[in-house]
Design a protein around this ligand. Structure first.
Ligand SMILES: Cc1cc2nc3c(=O)[nH]c(=O)nc-3n(C[C@H](O)[C@H](O)[C@H](O)COP(=O)(O)OP(=O)(O)OC[C@H]3O[C@@H](n4cnc5c(N)ncnc54)[C@H](O)[C@@H]3O)c2cc1C
Length: 509
């Protein structure tokens, strides 16, 4: 979709701090004066004038390299932009995040020179948008076995398959399509390749077979797409080694950038909770003065601090010049924990607001359904926790270290936190863990990695009271998780559970 440009060209961009202030003010004006975001958000899509106005300040230029006319694609600026958007609208921020991590960054890093200038110019001048299609109806978590395929003929790649749940379905002008090479014998190669598809180009139209009624994030369209396109050879991304390693670099960078979307959202949850509890009188006193309420608010504030620590860390590490393919442990820990915090913070806000919040046109109700899929997409958290656990196990084996505490105290991602947690972790970790124990263990490790990041944030001069409070809350969470981890539970589904499993029959005995 093209939005007509009303802004001057970005040849002399305003300095970023000024730009972001103006952008925040613009969102406030659009969402609270020119319209009412609580009403907008219960309808699918977005009125064209809102989108046109948002795009008029050319926010996506933040993600585009300087040599192509953008602001430079600096990670700290991208995170700040996503945070500014997610304070007002998580779906808007997700839309930005998709353009950034799933299209512009991969195109900038792996795209061929002949196509990059044209694509970036199209984004800057014509306000185009782009997304990424990996998931297929039968291959979600198991994406490596995708069935979409391509053949190469007459200087073009012919890509065929079915993709669904791609953010910006039917809306984006550019897509990164993923597919496996089919050889002349009809066999699919193991590796995965990426292709830029210009939906407005010849033979590149993508047909949306069905739009989905997504539960939340109403702003963004989702659906099922039939892929049958022919793209010029220069549209193929060029991996440094294998396509799968390129995919890992792209996805790990994207996961490291989730805290940008989390940041504004978590701050909003905190601000809304404080505002509501200070105003609401229950039992003759302000909700804010109840101890249990203070605990909830303190945890919301810790989520803000933890996410800040993640943003600072990602701003230092996630640049496109770095190959993040080998950094799955850190990226998965960041993605899982920040998305769990988003969902638990939304749940907590709704609990505090009570029935008033249980409406789609209230931020609390919406926040629950809007943040929930973050725990599912770009790697289901259940699976990522298992991967975190297996990565630690492998590294311990390689280091010939069985004692968990000693290992974590020597690991650069956990050393500082592990020192404080020595008592909890001073045991030998068995290699034989069930899958459910791997999930629990991975969950613990993600919190330890986050605690380490909070300690690093303290060194950077962050407010000490916030750090201390977050450390207490994370430590309590880790202790609780260790309680689960160390207790045995092998329960499984019991067949024929209704036979002899009826309370009503027990009643008549
Ligand atoms: C709002 C939203 C936005 C999305 N955006 C995009 C996008 O932009 N581009 C894109 O390509 N895709 C996107 N997706 C798709 C998303 O990445 C997939 O939904 C996700 O990878 C999970 O795949 P699936 O839904 O097929 O679930 P499945 O693969 O069926 O998995 C469902 C659940 O099964 C369990 N499970 C699966 N495998 C295992 C295992 N090995 N061990 C233990 N448990 C397991 C996990 O609990 C998992 O959550 C989006 C999805 C949503 C909901």
């Amino acid at each position: 979709m093209t939005v007509s440009a009303t802004a001057p060209p970005v040849s002399a961009p305003t300095p970023f701090p000024q730009f972001i202030q103006e952008f925040k003010a613009q969102l406030k004006h659009l969402f609270y004066i020119r319209s009412d975001i609580d009403q907008l958000s219960i309808k699918r899509g977005m009125p064209p004038f809102i989108l046109r106005e948002i795009m008029s300040s050319n926010p996506l230029a933040t993600y585009i390299p300087e040599q192509y006319g953008g602001r430079g694609g600096h990670i700290h600026e991208g995170l700040a932009l996503n945070a500014a958007a997610s304070y007002e609208s998580l779906p808007l921020s997700l839309g930005f995040g998709i353009n950034w991590a799933l299209f512009l960054q991969p195109t900038g890093k792996y795209g061929q020179e002949q196509i990059k200038a044209k694509v970036f110019a199209d984004f800057l001048k014509n306000r185009k948008m782009g997304g990424l299609m990996i998931t297929e109806p039968d291959y979600g978590s198991d994406a490596l076995h995708m069935k979409s395929f391509y053949t190469h003929k007459n200087g073009k790649y012919h890509i065929q398959g079915t993709k669904h749940w791609a953010g910006l379905t039917g809306w984006a002008d550019y897509w990164l399509l993923t597919a496996r090479h089919k050889n002349s014998a009809g066999e699919l190669k193991r590796d995965i390749d990426f292709f830029i598809c210009d939906a407005n180009g010849p033979e590149q139209n993508i047909e949306v077979e069905e739009f989905y009624e997504n539960l939340g994030i109403y702003l963004l369209p989702y659906g099922r797409n039939k892929i049958d396109v022919k793209v010029p050879a220069v549209h193929k991304l060029q991996p440094e080694s294998t396509g799968i390693k390129m995919m890992l670099d792209i996805l790990h960078r994207s996961r490291m950038q989730f805290p940008g979307m989390g940041m504004g959202f978590l701050q909003r949850m905190l601000d809304e909770a404080v505002k509501h509890c200070q105003q609401r009188q229950v039992g003759g006193k302000s909700l804010f003065n109840y101890d249990q309420v203070q605990q909830r608010i303190s945890r919301l504030q810790s989520a803000y601090t933890i996410c800040s620590a993640m943003c600072l860390n990602s701003s230092q590490k996630a640049g496109v010049e770095n190959n993040l393919a080998p950094h799955g442990l850190e990226a998965n820990a960041v993605k899982t924990y920040v998305t769990d915090l988003m969902q638990s913070s939304a749940q907590s806000l709704l609990q505090l607001v009570g029935a008033t919040g249980y409406r789609l046109n209230h931020i609390a109700g919406r926040a629950i359904v809007d943040s929930r899929p973050f725990q599912i997409f770009e790697g289901s958290n259940d699976i990522l926790y298992i991967q975190i656990a297996e990565a630690i196990q492998k590294q311990m084996q390689r280091a010939k270290q069985k004692n968990l505490s000693q290992f974590l105290q020597q690991h650069e991602l956990t050393e500082r936190a592990a020192e404080r947690l020595d008592k909890l972790f001073n045991f030998e970790l068995t290699q034989q863990l069930t899958q459910r124990k791997l999930t629990e263990f991975g969950c613990i490790i993600s919190r330890v990695i986050a605690m380490n990041l909070v300690l690093n944030l303290a060194d950077a001069g962050f407010k000490k009271e916030l750090i201390d409070s977050a450390l207490v809350n994370i430590q309590q969470e880790i202790s609780a998780l260790m309680g689960d981890f160390t207790s045995t539970n092998l329960t499984e589904f019991i067949e024929n559970y209704e036979e002899g499993g009826s309370w009503f029959e027990c009643h008549s005995h």
